[in-house]
Ligand binder design. Structure first.
Ligand code: CTP
Ligand code: CA
Length: 216
């Protein structure tokens, strides 16, 4: 079994010294890579800029990228050969329309940046998903959480979507713990306890394995 896993933030350059990014640390994605590898699966971890070291567990190959476009190119290369796709990356939705060759100098009192939409990695690959392939997406919502997550699952052709809660203290960006709710395409909902990201990862992997090998 081969797992394609995106993780971490993306950085979208503005000039040689600046970028647009986000607060994703990659912790959840890296924990998932370890948890899949512990089940004997081959993992291609496509990681945006994360301060975490490359996982050393056998079976994990880490590909470092910076931008959404690079993450898409790396993911597209392995997607057809992977049995499971997990999109844990916090991909920047937009990037600066132009990347300045030289450092942008300070001038007026305001500065307006034009941004253009990035490729949606999960949605684009979702259109190429074969029936035997299994896709897991993530969502972080602050309003109408379940409805938005369900809508994303459908739009991106996910089999499962993992909804992150920001309401619970100790969950989300930068924390070592996380509280998630998982929805499937049939409308089933599984609530996970607030627990370490490593435990959430192990729970998610065993849930994915149960979908892949249903016991009668
Ligand atoms: N995703 C992706 N490529 C993008 C944006 C998102 O692969 N350019 C993936 C994420 O890795 C995640 C899922 O899509 O698994 C949902 O990401 P999210 O940011 O919640 O969804 P968006 O469609 O970008 O919607 P919005 O940010 O407006 O809520
Ligand atoms: Ca987004």
């Amino acid at each position: 079994m081969h797992v394609l896993l995106t993780a971490g933030p993306t950085y979208e350059p503005l000039d040689p010294v600046r970028f647009l990014g986000n607060r994703s640390t990659g912790k959840m994605g890296y924990a998932l890579a370890e948890a899949f590898a512990a089940e004997g699966m081959q993992v291609t971890l496509i990681s945006g800029p994360s301060a975490l070291p490359d996982p050393v567990s056998p079976g994990i190959r880490t590909v470092r990228v910076e931008t959404a476009a690079q993450m898409f190119a790396a993911a597209a290369e392995v997607a057809a050969a992977a049995d499971v796709w997990v999109f844990a990356a916090a991909v920047a939705d937009y990037r600066p329309a132009e990347v300045a060759v030289d450092k942008i100098k300070k001038s007026g009192d305001t500065l307006t940046l034009e941004l253009v939409k990035n490729v949606d990695i999960a949605a684009t690959l979702g259109q190429r998903k074969r029936p035997e392939q299994f896709a897991v997406g993530f969502a972080l919502e602050t309003t109408n959480e379940l409805a938005h997550a369900q809508d994303k699952l459908r739009r991106k052709n996910f089999d499962l979507i993992v909804l992150n809660s920001l309401r619970d203290a100790g969950a989300g960006f930068g924390h070592d713990t996380n509280k998630v709710t998982v929805l499937d395409a049939a409308g089933q909902i599984v609530n996970f306890e607030l627990q370490s990201k490593a435990d959430v990862a192990r729970g998610l992997v065993s849930l994915v394995l149960r979908y892949l090998n249903p016991t009668p």
